[in-house]
Structures are given as structure tokens and as C-alpha cells.
Design a protein around this ligand. Structure first.
Ligand SMILES: [Zn+2]
Length: 265
């Protein structure tokens, strides 16, 4: 059975058929799905979704996403603190820094991104939780801030987009690298190099649904591009091929990795 370590199963793309998608995912071998947060006003719904479905197990990881930085307010950190006291959450996510989108790089906004990242690292320390990181073109600043904050709880670098050196650095700091549908794309050379260089113990898998549809499920005729947790086995198959291991071996190692980093056992 597989664990989808990053899936936005709470978003409206799934409002019409969430129970059916959950049933098909479970049938496909997905035993648990981690749902990261992005906006404070969506946390209530996220927690509700986690309670309505029992197979697969839905695990909440609420937090404030760097791409929505304009909308975050200081009181949202207090709300997150209160929420973590009252509800079972596996991690704080998805948090981090993004300078890939040009306007997010503007000095005021980038400063705000860093402030909210640090604020959430502090909450993760207080509540003894790992974090789910969203990092695009900002690895050096992430390393600096993790160090400054003395953060040692580890977590997952979701949809890892860095190079081998960065991958090794995260792994040394107690992070796993989230590998998703990009691996099914032949042109993702850098990701293939990272996967080849890193031990299986450093990796976990994710769909990032409804985004990041695997190559074979891309249907340009119908215009259907919604990714789904039921496609997680396609990521697993691509990873098994890249690492030249059996699905059984991969399944055992990934499960252990996910359970360890998210402290599920
Ligand atoms: Zn995400």
C-alpha cells in the first residue's frame, strides 16, 4: 500500500466526486493521503474533509503556502497555533519560499514570505511537528533560515526541484524528497539525476493532485488534466523503474520513510 505525501484533496476540483475518487484510490493501493494547507480560511474545510473519509486515511498538514503570501495575516499564525492544539495534524504545510513567480520576489513580499516561513517553523518546533516544504528557486535561503531557527524536526521537500547537492543537504538535515508526476516526464533530467544519486531511504512519493498529472494520463483531446491520488501507483512505477527495484521493495521502503518522517507509528 502506498502513501500519497502531498495531495490537495480538499480543493473544489474534488467536491463533485471526492468519495468516489477516495474509493478508487484505496482500490489502487493508496492507504493514506497527506493534505497540506495553503490558506487559513480553508483549514476548517481541510479538517472536515479528513473526517469524512476513512479509506484512505486522510492526514491533515495545515499551514500557509508561500504563493498565497499576499493573503496571509499575522493573526493566521495565532489561528494555526490554536488549531494545532485542538486537532490531530501530522505536519505543518505547505510552507517555504518561492521566487519562481516574479512578483513573489519583490522585496516586501519576499520579506513577508520569510517572516511567515520562520513563524511557522517556530510553531512546528513548539508543537514538535515536521514540516512540508514548498521551495522554488530559494534553496539557499531555506537552508539559512532552517539553520537560524535551529529547526531539527525534518519533514518533506515537496515536488523537489533542486539538484543533487541540495538533495544531499536536505537529507542530512532530516528531510525526505517528495517525488511526483514529473518523474514520468522524460525531459525531467535534473530530477532523474537526483533520483539516481540519492538512496531510496531519502525519498517519498506524492501526486500533488489536482496538479502534476502523470504523462500517461494527460488527455489533451478531452481537456481532462485533473490529477488524482488514484494515479499514485504511476509515480511508484516510474520510481521503481528509475531505481531498478521491485514494486514490493519500493513499497516497503517508501512506507517506512513516510511513517518515519511524519511519525505515523
Ligand atoms: Zn501543494
Amino acid at each position: 500500500m502506498w502513501i500519497d505525501t502531498h495531495c490537495h484533496f480538499d480543493v473544489e476540483d474534488f467536491d463533485g466526486d471526492r468519495p468516489e475518487v477516495a474509493a478508487r484510490s484505496f482500490q489502487a493501493g493508496v492507504e493514506a493521503i497527506v493534505i497540506p494547507g495553503y490558506l487559513a480560511q480553508r483549514w476548517g474545510h481541510l479538517l472536515e474533509v479528513c473526517q469524512t473519509i476513512s479509506q484512505p486515511r486522510l492526514l491533515a498538514a495545515p499551514g500557509l503556502h508561500p504563493c498565497y503570501i499576499r493573503q496571509h495575516q499575522p493573526e493566521h499564525l495565532e489561528q494555526l497555533d490554536a488549531l494545532l492544539r485542538r486537532h490531530v495534524c501530522v505536519a505543518i504545510g505547505e510552507i517555504g519560499l518561492d521566487t519562481y513567480v516574479p512578483e513573489l520576489k519583490e522585496p516586501d513580499l519576499y520579506r513577508k514570505q520569510q517572516d511567515f516561513f520562520c513563524g511557522q517553523l517556530q510553531l512546528a518546533r513548539q508543537h514538535d511537528k515536521p514540516v512540508i516544504l514548498h521551495v522554488r528557486k530559494a534553496h539557499a535561503d531555506i537552508f539559512r533560515l532552517l539553520k537560524e531557527q535551529g529547526f531539527q524536526n525534518g519533514g518533506i521537500v515537496h515536488a523537489f526541484s533542486g539538484g543533487v547537492e541540495e538533495a544531499r543537504h536536505y537529507y542530512r538535515l532530516g528531510f525526505k524528497l517528495g517525488i511526483g508526476g514529473s518523474l514520468t516526464y522524460a525531459q525531467a533530467k535534473r530530477l532523474h539525476a537526483v533520483v539516481a544519486a540519492m538512496p531510496l531511504e531519502a525519498l517519498v512519493i506524492e501526486t500533488d493532485a489536482p496538479d502534476m498529472i502523470p504523462q500517461s494520463r494527460r488527455n489533451s483531446d478531452s481537456g481532462k488534466t485533473r490529477n488524482s491520488p488514484e494515479f499514485l501507483p504511476l509515480v511508484a512505477a516510474a520510481l521503481a523503474e528509475a531505481k531498478q527495484v521491485s514494486l514490493e521493495t519500493l513499497c516497503g521502503v517508501l512506507r517506512k520513510n513516510s511513517e518515519e518522517v511524519l511519525r505515523l507509528v
